[in-house]
Design a protein. Structure first.
Length: 83
């Protein structure tokens, strides 16, 4: 039972990593601006959405915790000692 829960946590961690990548890509937007004669050269600007980047970071943290706990469950195969 514990090993199957560990494998399930690893699958959820993979989904969390995919979600983190999707959130990061949604949070970064690049815009190209053409040159204006005699005023400014062409340039590009990047906009970062803080809420999407924060959600991506949270998803990465959750994935890391799930990976650590999933590997622990698979390798030990028994309940943790609670004291």
């Amino acid at each position: 039972m514990r090993k199957s829960l560990g494998w399930a946590e690893l699958v959820l961690a993979l989904l969390a990593v995919i979600g983190a990548v999707a959130c990061w890509n949604a949070g970064v937007r690049t815009s190209e601006f053409p040159a204006v004669p005699d005023v400014s050269p062409a340039y590009s600007g990047t906009f970062y959405s803080g809420s999407w980047i924060a959600l991506a970071s949270l998803s990465a943290i959750v994935a890391g915790l799930l990976i650590v706990d999933g590997i622990r469950r698979i390798l030990t195969g028994r309940a943790p000692h609670t004291g």
